[in-house]
Design a protein around this ligand. Structure first.
Ligand SMILES: Nc1ncnc2c1ncn2[C@@H]1O[C@H](COP(=O)(O)OP(=O)(O)OP(=O)(O)O)[C@@H](O)[C@H]1O
Length: 296
C-alpha cells in the first residue's frame, strides 16, 4: 500500500519564499510508494486547518515545513493520533528540529521522512493548548512581542528585539508560582518552561531537557541588577548561566502561574505570542503522545 504523505508549507518562515513542488518531491518519494499532497499556508493558524483536513483525507505522515510556529500548528492536531509528524526545517531558529537532530539540509531531512523511523516524544500544554518547545512569561515573551512587529524573521531581528526589550523591560508583574505543593511569589526577569533542550540558533536555557523524560525543565531568574543582567546574558550565550546563583532550575510534571491582582500576563508559546484570557496559567507535560520521524 502507498504511503499518504502531506506537506504543509509556511512560505514566510525563516528567510521566506519557501516552496515545494510535486516534481521536486517525486525525485525522493517515488510515485509507486507515495501519494503526495502539498499545501501552502496563507495566514496564521492556516496550518492547523490544513492539517485537520489532511487527517480527514487519510494522511499517514504530515510534514511541517517551517519553524517552531508551524510545527506547533501541525503537531497540535497530531497529538494522541497515529499520524506521524515529519519536519522539514525552514524556520529561523528551528529549535525543535535541532533538538531532534533533523538537519536543515533538504535532502537529508527528506530522507528521514522517507525512512519512516519514528520515536514517541513528550508534549506539553498551557491552559489546554499544546506546545512542543517552550513557553515563557518573562523577558522572552516581551522579546517575542517586539519581534512580531517586525517583517523579517532572522537572527538579526531577534537580536534587535532583545536589545530594544532590554532597554525598556521593567519587572512590574508579581506572579504566584505553584508546584509540588509549594507556593511562592516572584517578580521574574525570566520564567521559562521547556520541553526541548534548544530554543533555536543552537541556544539553550535548558540544556539538560529531554523530549522523552516526562518532565518540563523550568528556569526561574528573579529581578537582577544591570550588572548581573549583563553577566547573565554573557553566560547564557556560552550555556553557562547556571553559574549565577540567582538562576534556579526545576524539573516538574506540572506548574501553575498566576498574575497577581488579576494581571493578564504576556506569554510566548513556541516562539509566537499566546493571548491569555485569564490570569491563571496551568502548564503540564503529557508523556510520549506524539510520534515523530527521526534519524535512525
Ligand atoms: N502566509 C502566511 N502569512 C503570514 N503568517 C503566516 C503565514 N503562514 C504561516 N504564518 C505564521 O507564521 C508564523 C511563523 O512561522 P514559524 O515559527 O514556522 O517561522 P519562524 O518564526 O521563521 O521560525 P522559528 O519559530 O523556528 O524561529 C507562524 O505563527 C504561522 O502561523
Amino acid at each position: 500500500m502507498k504511503t499518504n504523505l502531506h506537506f504543509i508549507v509556511n512560505p514566510i518562515a525563516g528567510k521566506g519564499k519557501n516552496e515545494l513542488s510535486t516534481d521536486m518531491l517525486e525525485a525522493y518519494f517515488p510515485k509507486s510508494e507515495f501519494v503526495i499532497s502539498i499545501k501552502k499556508t496563507e495566514f496564521v493558524l492556516h496550518a492547523t486547518a490544513l492539517t485537520k483536513a489532511s487527517i480527514e483525507e487519510g494522511a499517514q505522515i504530515i510534514v511541517a515545513c517551517g519553524g517552531d510556529g508551524t510545527i506547533n500548528e501541525v503537531a497540535s492536531c497530531l497529538v494522541n493520533t497515529s499520524v506521524f509528524l515529519g519536519i522539514l526545517p525552514m524556520g529561523s531558529g528551528n529549535g525543535l528540529a535541532s533538538n531532534l537532530k533533523i538537519p536543515k539540509n533538504f535532502k537529508k531531512a527528506l530522507s528521514i521522512i522517507k525512512n519512516q523511523n519514528t520515536i514517541a516524544i513528550d508534549t506539553a500544554t498551557i491552559n489546554g493548548k499544546p506546545f512542543f518547545s517552550n513557553v515563557g512569561v518573562g523577558f522572552d515573551a516581551h522579546v517575542i512581542s517586539d519581534f512580531e512587529e517586525n517583517t523579517t524573521r532572522r537572527l538579526f531581528s531577534y537580536v534587535k528585539s532583545t536589545l530594544r526589550t532590554l532597554k525598556k523591560y521593567h519587572y512590574k508583574n508579581v506572579v504566584e508560582l505553584k508546584y509540588n505543593g509549594t507556593t511562592e511569589l516572584i517578580s521574574p526577569f525570566l520564567l521559562f518552561v521547556s520541553n526541548s533542550n534548544e530554543m533555536g540558533y543552537k541556544m539553550s536555557l535548558t540544556p539538560r531537557a529531554s523530549l522523552q523524560d516526562g518532565l518540563l525543565d523550568v528556569v526561574i531568574v528573579p529581578e537582577l541588577s544591570r550588572f548581573k543582567l549583563m553577566l547573565f546574558t554573557m553566560l547564557f550565550l556560552f550555556k553557562k548561566h547556571h553559574w549565577l546563583k540567582e538562576v534556579r532550575f526545576q524539573q516538574l510534571r506540572a506548574l501553575e502561574i498566576k498574575g497577581l491582582d488579576n494581571t493578564i500576563l504576556k506569554v510566548q508559546k513556541d516562539g509566537g505570542l499566546f493571548t491569555l484570557k485569564e490570569p491563571n496559567i496551568e502548564i503540564a507535560i503529557h508523556p510520549k503522545n506524539l510520534t515523530v520521524c527521526v534519524k535512525k
